[in-house]
Every structure is written in structure tokens, then in C-alpha cells.
Design a protein around this ligand. Structure first.
Ligand SMILES: Nc1ncnc2c1ncn2[C@@H]1O[C@H](COP(=O)(O)OP(=O)(O)OP(=O)(O)O)[C@@H](O)[C@H]1O
Length: 252
């Protein structure tokens, strides 16, 4: 679906090659500054590759897409996304739906569908500036998911989220990961950066581990091993197994 072919961004990331596949949830892990945001920005078409590198969506170079075409094919949740002032929750989502035809019955239905898992019922009517950090983040996630919902945007192919779980409580972290899996099941390539290694093990179809701008490992959750964690994160961990699930416990 989304192919990175020798993607390079200044000295921040690359060269990185690989594919984010339709129908799969790819979780990016890596220490601070390892290049996750830079890679996501490249995959979103927000920054071109240096040199010969290319990013292709369904075989077409992303650098040739207009902003309108990008909006039709992918949505991106940025890290520390800025919130427009003077808006209420539902108006933020309406703003995101604008390039896709604006508020209509389908948009209202999707807003209602997202309200349950993300706990938005009482937030839609409130001014954005009155919301807590985690509440704002849940609305931003909803706004991003709305833009690639099949009932609103049948051309959507790719969903990218930079640290969507930042600031969320445990309940809403799990709800968000379940939603991302659901969107992948609907046929999108879904990619998110995440700092919780155990959640990455539990929810990812594919894991990309970045280290100093390069891919240190890529594959199923099994690529996350104590040796990889020690090399990349400089943390020693022990593996616990329960009911077929693996958990990494940092050693003191
Ligand atoms: N605008 C910029 N100008 C110069 N260097 C930058 C810029 N943005 C990021 N960098 C550098 O590029 C590298 C990769 O940054 P990036 O934000 O992609 O990392 P990250 O893996 O997303 O980190 P984090 O987990 O802290 O969010 C870092 O060393 C960072 O300092």
C-alpha cells in the first residue's frame, strides 16, 4: 500500500525501505529522537525524501499528490497537534470533514459511532480550551479517524498517527488500539508510533523498531526481544509469558 523506497530525511532518518500493508496495524517503536515522527511525516507526504528516495502510495509517487488528493487518501494525527481556538468539540470534527464534503448524515453517524469507545458524548458540546489534555487528544483521534471512515471517505487508504496514546488513561489507550485494529480490518494500512513496548507486542500485526534513524528490526511482534530492547533502549528486561502472551518486565 504505502512503500518507502530508500526514504531519507536530512540526517534524521533513513535510508528506510519497506511497506505499510493494507489491512494491517503497524506500530513504530524506538527511543526519543530515533526518527518515528520524521518517518510518519514522510509517509503522510508532508516531507519529501532527499536524494533518490521515494514514497509511493498504491504505486504512485506521493510527491506528485496535491494537498486535496493527499486529504482524500490518508489522514494523519500529528504529535502535539495544535487546536484551533474558539471551537467546540464537534466543530473540530466538522472542520476535518470539510474537504470531504462537510457535515452530513454520514458524518453525524460516525461521530456517534466514535463517541462510545472514545468517551466523547459529553465532550462534543464543550469548548476545546476547557478540556483536559487527554480529552483533547481523544477528540483529535476521533477527528483523524472520521477522515478515513469508509462511509465518509471511500478513497481512504492510509491512517497515520504519531503517538496517539500520549496523555490517555489506560482505558482509552486500549479503546484507541482496538479502534486502530478495526480500521485495519476494514482494509486501511494503519501506522502509529507508540512508546509502550508491551502494548506494541499485544496489538501490532507488524512492528518497525527505529534506532538512530535506521530500522533496527521489522516483522511480527516476535522481533521484540530482550536483546533488541537492550541494544536500542539500553534497558534490560525479563520476559514473562502468560496464556500465550509475552510481557517485558524491566529489571532493576
Ligand atoms: N525541525 C527539525 N530540525 C532539526 N532536527 C530535527 C527537527 N525535527 C526533528 N529533528 C531531529 O531529528 C531526529 C528525529 O526526530 P523525530 O521527531 O523524528 O524522533 P521521534 O522518534 O519521533 O522522537 P520522540 O519519541 O521523542 O517523539 C531527532 O534527533 C530530532 O532532534
Amino acid at each position: 500500500m504505502l512503500e518507502l523506497d530508500g526514504f531519507v530525511q536530512a540526517r534524521r532518518v533513513g535510508p528506510v525501505s519497506g511497506e505499510f500493508t493494507a489491512g494491517r496495524l503497524t506500530l513504530l517503536i524506538g527511543p526519543n529522537g530515533s526518527g518515528k515522527s520524521s518517518l510518519l511525516a514522510g509517509a503522510a507526504g508532508l516531507s519529501d525524501s532527499d536524494g533518490e528516495g521515494q514514497v509511493r502510495l498504491a504505486g504512485q509517487a506521493l510527491s506528485g499528490f496535491s494537498l486535496h488528493e493527499l486529504a482524500r487518501h490518508r489522514a494523519m494525527l500529528a504529535q502535539q497537534a495544535a487546536l484551533p481556538h474558539g471551537l467546540r468539540g464537534y466543530e473540530l470534527l466538522a472542520l476535518g470533514a470539510e474537504p470531504l464534503g462537510g457535515i452530513n448524515e454520514a458524518v453525524c453517524r460516525v461521530m456517534a459511532e466514535l463517541a462510545g469507545p472514545l468517551g466523547l458524548e459529553s465532550l462534543y458540546a464543550r469548548p476545546l480550551t476547557s478540556l483536559s489534555g487527554g480529552e483533547q487528544q481523544r477528540l483529535l483521534i476521533a477527528g483523524t479517524l472520521l477522515q478515513v471512515h469508509p462511509d465518509i471517505n471511500p478513497d481512504a487508504r492510509l491512517l497515520l498517527l504519531d503517538e496517539p496514546l500520549a496523555g490517555l488513561d489506560w482505558h482509552h489507550q486500549l479503546a484507541t488500539l482496538r479502534l486502530l485494529r478495526r480500521y485495519a480490518t476494514r482494509g486501511l494500512a494503519v501506522v502509529a508510533s507508540i512508546h509502550d513496548i508491551n502494548l506494541a507486542c499485544q496489538y501490532a500485526d507488524d512492528v518497525w523498531c527505529l534506532h538512530q534513524g535506521k530500522l533496527a528490526a521489522r516483522g511480527g511482534p516476535g522481533v521484540i526481544t530482550p536483546a533488541l530492547i537492550a541494544e536500542v533502549f539500553k534497558v534490560r528486561v525479563r520476559v514473562l509469558e502468560q496464556d500465550g502472551r509475552r510481557m517485558m518486565l524491566p529489571e532493576e
